[in-house]
Design a protein around this ligand. Structure first.
Ligand code: NAD
Length: 350
């Protein structure tokens, strides 16, 4: 069932596909951090998305107006425009890792950025689905959520930490080992998005992976957990994953839009959860018209995966606490005066 859903999703995710089967295709999407390493290729991918009518690019970088003009010359439908009443807001703004840094080291720099955008979303797009990419994701989703709670417009079904890159990596690396087409491998990755909190469920791969020794399973698990560091090291101080992340974020945004348009899609993401002792947790979700339609949990784990999960949860709990404490210490949030649903743009594609 899961696999059928996923194959269908993948079929419709092909950017070269000319005709969308979606029932609604006039969505307004905003990318915050649009001039960055992830932001620019992500905007290019979304500029080719048939379900989007308006694409908003926001960044403090001086080059952003240029990125805007550059992108507006691409002969596809989405029109580049302003940050109000969005259906989906993607937050990629913030500092990336340098060699030797952990994602947690980014907390000081990026919590203020995410906090600021949570206030902005509460005022200008309070009903949007929000996809957060900025690290450390395990803490940034709680920061964003706490701000919206205090602004009176929190909906746990609408706030997502984007962990799609972990799934993309899991299927890529498993595909290399098993000589399978990675685009047809579906491997859930649960927990969070940093080191040991990333828990790939290789036993739940669809189709199943060929039998592997425990040593191979451990190697593959660690490679998935440390893949971000592999990129940071290879880029030698010039940033972290950008192209693969843009690919993953575009896939996630497309899934959100398909859900919004009435075609349920299954994706993993880091969301408010009661699956474990951690108040936020990533596992497969059904995405629908109002965001999360159903949380599917994580199913049956084998002994190794169970142990990984046991190690992940206390780390997640601590990361979440850090995010919540940060917001509690800032007591200056003023609730927005009103919370209006986003108005769909008047232009409708045929
Ligand atoms: N979730 C994941 O799987 C994943 C993967 C890779 C990277 N990341 C994270 O994504 C974030 C962005 O990475 P990147 O490589 O694109 O970084 P980058 O430095 O290339 O781009 C960040 C952009 O954000 C902009 N920005 C910063 N503060 C801003 C503000 N207050 N308002 C508007 N724009 C602002 C900058 O001007 C810049 O253009 C980092 O935190 C990185 O760690 C997440």
């Amino acid at each position: 069932m899961f696999q059928r859903f996923l194959r269908f999703t993948m079929k419709c995710q092909n950017p070269a596909k000319k005709f969308s089967t979606a029932t609604q295709n006039n969505f307004k999407v905003c990318v915050i951090g649009s001039a960055g390493g992830i932001g620019q290729p992500l905007c290019l991918l979304l500029k080719q998305e048939l379900m989007i009518t308006y694409l908003n690019l926001y960044d403090i970088a001086k080059v952003n107006p240029g990125v805007n003009v550059d992108l507006s010359h691409v002969n596809t439908t989405p029109i580049v425009q302003a940050f109000t009443g969005c259906n989906v807001v993607v937050i990629t703004a913030g500092m990336p890792r340098k060699p030797g840094m952990s994602r947690e080291d980014l907390f000081g720099a990026n919590a203020a950025v995410v906090y600021g955008f949570a206030c902005a979303v509460a005022c200008f797009s309070p009903c949007a689905l929000v996809a957060i990419v900025t690290n450390p994701l395990n803490s940034m989703v709680p920061v964003f959520s706490e701000v919206l709670m205090r602004c009176g417009c929190y909906d746990p079904c609408k706030i997502f930490g984007v962990t799609t890159l972990d799934l993309v990596r899991a299927s890529t690396f498993a595909g290399q080992i098993s000589c399978a087409d990675p685009s047809y491998l579906d491997i859930p990755v649960i927990g969070g998005h940093a080191g040991k909190t990333i828990v790939p469920l290789l036993s739940q791969s669809r189709p199943p992976l060929p039998s592997m020794t425990q040593e191979d399973i451990q190697k593959l698990t660690v490679r998935i957990q440390e893949a971000g560091t592999e990129v940071v090291k290879a880029k030698a101080g010039e940033g972290s994953a950008t192209l693969s992340m843009a690919f993953a974020a575009a896939r996630f945004v497309r899934s959100l839009l398909k859900g919004l348009s009435g075609e349920p899609v299954i994706e993993c993401a880091y969301v408010r959860s009661c699956a474990t002792d951690a108040a936020y947790f990533a596992n497969p979700l059904v995405l629908g018209r109002y965001g999360i339609e159903r949380n599917l949990g994580y199913g049956k784990l084998n002994a190794y995966e169970g142990k990984q999960l046991q190690e992940a949860v206390p780390i997640l709990v601590k990361n979440i606490e850090d995010g919540v404490k940060y917001v509690i210490q800032k007591a200056d949030i003023k609730p927005p005066t009103k919370c209006e649903p986003p108005k769909p743009p008047s232009k409708t594609k045929g």
